[in-house]
Design a binder for this molecule. Structure first.
Ligand SMILES: Nc1ncnc2c1ncn2[C@@H]1O[C@H](COP(=O)(O)OP(=O)(O)OP(=O)(O)O)[C@@H](O)[C@H]1O
Ligand SMILES: [Mg+2]
Length: 255
């Protein structure tokens, strides 16, 4: 794949946006896009407290892929939700471009999520009444893109992920792995600066997983997105730039 490949135009206009925001400038500076600082997360379980994260720190840098590998129940989804501003930590701060997000209003957080963050849920969460194509079009249209252009790009993206013949299917008419790929297409449709994906290759056969993984790797290189992927696939994790795990409620670098 080369730079002129139309697949890089996942979100045409993103290049200009990058220039305006000085993203490439920022990439050369010692500033992570996302910085989780001393994150604490616990759940009340009856009388006792279930501590999931305590003093967890993690920096995500532009153009870098990070694998989050940890056993079931360790807190991967919890961590991704906090990094994606979907959940508030009980303590600690999530910085985006060095700006603390805890003081932002819900509307501001929603706006940041729409523009800056692509999120692939573990459970896909596609909108059931819409087709695959429409699911990928919607975030683009919410962001102001014309319907026709959103449809064109959604179709391109889905075709690239091997779903050319499935664009008119509703989620209930798609396999788990197909839904997963639609969710991924939706997450990257607006060319986010941060991509958080919760086991995006979990339901895929090895060959499709490989294809999706290489698409993600190329996306990181082409758009300098900062990527954090929860995965149980150690082989794919081994090919990412960094590997982290959750140990004793903290985030620890592997190797
Ligand atoms: N709302 C909640 N109330 C109580 N406990 C919760 C809640 N949400 C998550 N937990 C607990 O927090 C722990 C971490 O959950 P999380 O979903 O982050 O794990 P995970 O690492 O993503 O696991 P998996 O690999 O199975 O997806 C689990 O033990 C879970 O039972
Ligand atoms: Mg999970």
């Amino acid at each position: 794949m080369n730079e002129s490949d139309p697949r890089y135009t996942i979100a045409p206009g993103a290049e200009e946006a990058r220039d305006e925001t000085g993203r490439d400038e920022a990439a050369r500076e010692p500033m992570p896009i996302v910085y989780l600082n001393e994150i604490e997360r616990h759940y009340q379980q009856g009388e006792s407290m279930l501590h999931i994260l305590a003093g967890a720190n993690l920096a995500l840098w532009p153009g870098q892929s990070v694998a989050l590998v940890a056993p079931s129940g360790a807190g991967k989804s919890t961590l991704l939700h906090i990094a994606g501003l979907l959940e508030h930590p009980d303590d600690g701060e999530v910085y985006l471009d060095g700006v603390a997000t805890s003081g932002l209003s819900d509307a501001e957080r929603t706006q940041i999520r729409r523009i800056e963050i692509g999120f692939v849920y573990q459970s896909h969460r596609l909108l059931p009444e819409f087709t695959a194509l429409e699911n990928v079009m919607l975030p683009q249209m919410i962001r102001g893109l014309a319907r026709k252009e959103a449809a064109r790009r959604a179709g391109e993206l889905l075709a690239y992920l091997g779903l050319r013949d499935r664009v008119m299917h509703r989620p209930s008419e798609l396999s788990g792995g197909e839904q997963q790929r639609v969710a991924l297409a939706r997450a990257v449709a607006n060319a986010p600066r941060v991509l958080l994906a919760d086991e995006p290759t979990g339901n895929l056969d090895p060959q499709t997983a490989e294809h999706v993984f290489s698409a993600l790797t190329q996306l990181v290189r082409a758009t300098r997105v900062a990527m954090l992927i929860a995965t149980h696939n150690l082989e794919l994790a081994g090919r990412m730039d960094r590997r982290v795990t959750i140990r004793d409620r903290q985030i620890v670098e592997l190797e």
